[in-house]
Write a protein that binds this ligand. Structure first.
Ligand SMILES: Cc1ncc(COP(=O)(O)O)c(C=O)c1O
Length: 457
């Protein structure tokens, strides 16, 4: 049943006249209505026409981890805003301190939290720290930052400079110098014919380090599981070798948990599946599930200490600010978000529902030759569509988009790799909220099944 019955035609007209939406070509809106989402409850959202949708992508971009309509988060934010809404984070705040402590309790080995507002910004902070460490502690060396083909770290010019998805980057140059690409690790799209693929893909990083010169490289920035680049779960052996290579060459390891962080993959953080010890962890989307804008750059005491070693030097500390990093609604929402995940056992649910989702997708793979590969971790899964299973020629992007559109018409919102890799925007992406039930999971894969029949048979 639709929750919204009000006439929203004035809203639609205002949108059409004045709004510039993210990530979308607007020409079609001259003749069709833009989509406006009006209300959400649990796993479901309603649009301006009152149509109900099951959301399998947590707000489109894997964000609303605890689901919609959480009054307890709204109340926590409301109470905090009335008491104290904002003060520059040069001073502390009550929820800022308490959330930092809670967060660090989930991240052994790390100890300092720097607040800002978006994933891009959290990553930029880490990049700036690496650059300042290079200036102050390496005599100007170790200033380059490695990133991986297919990974994404954000939308600002410098975050795009660390972007391994060419279609995101094209036409936005010139970029920031000093960012160097390493090969991706997707075994389905093999670049080496070896048995120990994970180790080989990690060794490819070392080859880049040796080519560039280890004394020029300050950090390696990786997603634990690549998100928008095709839901890539690293092969066995990859992370252990990556850690070893970073230690060997004195390179700081920066893990971008903007998507995977705070439960998405069934552990608090994606890197915790692999036993690695990062020097930086950045996070954003799931930190407060979209109830407030908050991102965190988390680091070790060893990194932190490098910024307070010489208080007599006025340039020695981290001279950075994010105005809204002082907004108290973010950590207030994040505290309650974390309580919900713990008290409702959402990590356990994520792991149970992940198995069901992957099983369902594998069953679809048996039925539909167009599904070439199924992969995922936690409630973060992908199905790569191919025109030919033997050659692995990618399915045409417009056909993949037709599957997404058909699911939408059925009232199920799924995603796909989008303006990411030329010729390879062919992976369906699923990231339902961590509260998903078995019925929700079955409804998602049932819709995909019907859409695949319609589009490909
Ligand atoms: C892995 C990853 N890092 C960083 C970002 C950038 O986050 P934001 O859009 O909040 O700047 C994204 C956004 O999708 C992401 O997927």
């Amino acid at each position: 049943m639709a929750l919204t019955t009000n006439d929203l035609s004035a809203v639609i007209e205002a949108d059409r006249a004045h709004l510039w939406h993210h990530l979308i070509q607007h020409k079609p809106f001259e003749t069709i209505d833009p989509r406006i989402i009006v209300e959400g409850r649990g796993m479901r959202v309603w649009d301006a026409k009152g149509k109900e949708h099951l959301d399998a992508v947590s707000g489109g971009v894997w964000t609303v981890n605890v689901g919609y309509g959480r009054e307890s988060i709204a109340n926590a934010v409301r109470d905090q805003l009335i008491r104290m809404n904002y003060f520059s984070n040069a001073a502390g705040s009550v929820p800022g301190s308490l959330f930092a402590e809670r967060l660090i309790s989930k991240m052994p080995g790390l100890s300092r939290v720097y607040y800002s507002n978006s994933g891009s910004e959290a990553n930029e902070k880490a990049f700036k720290m690496v650059r300042q460490i290079a200036h102050r502690h390496h005599g100007g060396k170790k200033w380059k930052i490695l990133y991986r083909e297919r990974d994404y770290h954000g939308t600002t010019i410098t975050a795009l400079s660390a972007g391994g998805q060419p279609q995101r980057v094209m036409q936005y140059g010139p970029l920031t110098p000093g960012f160097v690409e390493v090969p991706h690790c997707l075994e389905y799209r093999k670049q080496w014919d070896v048995a120990n693929y994970g180790e080989r893909a990690a060794d490819a990083i070392e080859e880049v380090i040796l080519r560039e010169g280890p004394d020029t490289i300050g950090a390696l920035c990786l997603e634990p599981v690549t998100a928008g680049g095709g839901v890539i779960v690293p092969p066995d052996g990859y992370w252990e070798r990556v850690q070893h290579i970073c230690r060997k060459h004195d390179i700081l390891l920066h893990i971008d948990e903007v998507v995977c962080g705070v439960g998405r993959t069934g552990t608090w953080f994606g890197y915790q599946h692999y036993g690695v010890k990062p020097d930086f962890v950045t996070m954003a989307k799931g930190v407060a599930s979209g109830y407030a804008a908050i991102s965190c750059t988390v680091t070790t005491e060893a990194v932190f200490d490098m910024f307070k070693d010489d208080p007599s030097d006025p340039l020695s500390y981290f001279r950075d600010i994010s105005t809204f990093g002082g907004c108290a609604s973010g950590p207030a929402a994040a505290l309650e978000n974390m309580r919900i995940i713990e008290d409702e056992g959402l990590l356990e649910n994520t792991n149970a529902m992940s198995e069901r989702l992957l099983d369902n997708l594998r069953a679809l793979q048996e039925k539909h030759r167009v599904i070439g590969d199924v992969r995922g971790k936690g409630l973060f899964c992908g199905a790569e569509l191919v025109a030919d299973r033997v050659t692995k020629e990618p399915a045409e992007e417009k056909m993949v988009a037709a599957v997404v559109a058909d699911c939408m018409a059925q009232g199920v919102i799924i995603g796909m790799t989008n303006r990411s890799l030329p010729g390879f925007n062919n992976t369906l992406c699923l990231s339902p909220a961590l509260i998903a039930t078995p019925d929700d999971i079955d409804a998602i894969t049932h819709a995909i099944d019907k859409a695949l029949v319609k589009v490909f048979h």
